[in-house]
Design a protein around this ligand. Structure first.
Ligand code: ADP
Length: 483
């Protein structure tokens, strides 16, 4: 069965968050179940610059304002289709914004074109290729399903996956005439959203099935608190809504072989983590010592509760922990963290950067990872933490609630605890959870068994890929029945 995946980020080519990891790993996990996935990805200059052998499969004289081509590329075991459209994607900066961080003003055009091309491919634009199902990820890919719906291609089932409902791709109504959709699409059950055009909204409306990245988040987004204005629509479509937790690529994230670690280790050789801890101390200019190092690897945003972290720093240091923080994002939060590091030299180290290699080292050398998110659709860093024996301390929300077993008395006596949960995502509750963590760390035997329990958890794609596979099969079978 052939699946066309549509994603604006794919690891290892381009990544700003968890979406890239999922788009890079899911095709490999599904291959074992009889699904051949091809992934359409925008040809950002960072992507096209890396392509050596490429083959043009389809071309456009004018794709929303310029020439474009779909290139076939094989890379990192992935079968990729790269949308080479220099007028849209060939520019310095990130996938969605300028080097100084402002969103590109033509993002609507860039990702409408992306969706249009995906829809064309679903409709047979590439000779000899007819996908059985289309899987669109997040708002950047969501227009695929709207173009399919209004272009008479809705006989191919479409899955819409929401990695984060906070990002919706909302644009003014003035763009509508340029989208090339029929007038009837500008309606409440079409692409219209609060008087403008909503890309994610349009995808949710047109999808055969909707998935999001954890069972708890699938429930949360049905409420006004987490629904971000879309809870009404999500509720209407609740019969087609599925929560499937993300896995991680356990080959890339493997403490026994990870090349970014100073020392590799397994659940049996946890003592070797010490060598990594020494390097974490050096990289974050922390005083050397045997006390716990708590780390944070995160986008620095309100969603991630980084302000909650800032408010807790003095209490955490007062309680005897050291903090190693890697992140980038909101400048005010960066400044507040750097100020905390200046106040607590040797106890708090902050690196403002996006550094994949350092993030691996931190999981392999820190004792615990802190994740005080206000909402978290799935979260990946707690999964890496489990796999690396870096105990997760998480807010009880979304995928964090689904993947970490709190060390309450019942869980500890049953020997199943893997971390610490707290709620709400406030400074007091967070500091309380950290005190529980430090108390547990002070009991080495119990701590080691919690690390080992986490390392035993199945964080691979196996179970979740099977669930996606079952969903794909049911949608394809439904289609065949109706044809
Ligand atoms: P989100 O996608 O909301 O940012 P996730 O936890 O799902 O959150 O995924 C974040 C991914 O990005 C993880 O792979 C994490 O390790 C990585 N990451 C986040 N910030 C950094 C950083 N500053 N340096 C390196 N990796 C980072």
């Amino acid at each position: 069965m052939k699946v066309l995946a549509v994603a604006s980020e794919v690891f290892p080519l381009v990544k700003t968050g968890g979406l890239a990891d999922v788009a890079g790993a899911l095709p490999l996990a599904l291959a074992g179940q009889g699904f051949e996935t091809r992934t359409l990805l925008p040809g950002y200059s960072s992507v096209t610059g890396r392509l050596k052998r490429k083959q043009v499969l389809h071309s456009y004289g004018d794709l929303l304002g310029g020439k474009a081509a779909v290139l076939k590329v094989e890379l990192a075991g992935l079968d990729l289709l790269v949308l080479d459209a220099p007028h849209l994607f060939n520019r310095a900066g990130g996938p969605y914004g300028s080097p100084t961080g402002e969103d590109w003003p033509d993002n609507w055009r860039r990702f409408a074109a992306f969706g249009k091309v995906a829809s064309d491919i679903a409709g047979g634009a590439i000779a000899g290729y007819a996908p059985d199902l289309v899987h669109a990820h997040d708002w950047q890919a969501a227009m695929t399903l709207a173009y399919m719906r209004y272009g008479g291609r809705s006989s191919v089932p479409g899955v819409m996956t929401v990695h984060n409902l906070a990002f919706q791709g909302q644009f003014p109504a003035s763009i509508f005439p340029e989208l090339g959709l029929p007038a009837e699409a500008m309606a409440l059950d079409g692409v219209e959203y609060y008087g403008g055009v909503g890309f994610l909204k349009a995808g949710l409306q047109a999808a055969s099935a909707i998935t999001t990245v954890s069972p708890t988040y699938a429930q949360e987004i049905r409420t006004p608190e987490f629904g971000m204005g879309l809870d009404g629509l999500v509720n209407l479509r609740s019969a087609d809504l599925h929560g499937i937790v993300n896995g991680i690529d356990v080959a890339v994230w493997d403490p026994e072989t990870d090349p970014h670690l100073a020392a590799n280790y397994s659940a049996r050789t946890l003592k070797a983590r010490k060598a990594n801890k020494r390097v974490v101390e050096e990289r974050f200019k922390l005083d050397a010592g045997n006390g716990p190092i708590l780390c944070v690897v995160s986008r620095l945003t309100w969603q991630k509760g980084v302000d909650v972290l800032v408010s807790a720093v003095d209490a955490v240091v007062g309680a005897g922990a050291r903090l190693a923080i890697l992140g980038a994002g909101d400048q005010a939060l960066e400044g507040a963290l750097l100020a905390a590091a200046a106040r607590h030299r040797g106890k708090v180290g902050v690196v403002v950067a996006y550094d994949e290699a350092l993030s691996h080292l931190m999981q392999g050398g820190s004792d615990a990872i802190l994740i005080p998110s206000r909402f978290e659709p799935c979260g990946l860093t707690q999964l890496y933490g489990l796999r690396y024996g870096c105990v997760p301390v998480v807010a009880r929300t979304g995928g964090l609630a689904d993947t970490v077993i709190d060390a309450n008395e019942a869980a500890v006596s049953a020997g199943v605890a893997t971390g610490f949960q707290f709620a709400p995502a406030s400074g007091d509750a967070f500091v309380h959870a950290i005190r529980r963590t430090l108390a547990a760390y002070a009991e080495p035997a119990g701590w080691t068994s919690m690390q080992r329990q986490g390392m035993k958890a199945d964080v691979s794609w196996a179970k979740s890929a099977a669930r996606y596979g079952a969903l794909y099969r049911s949608l394809i079978a439904k289609r065949q029945k109706s044809v």
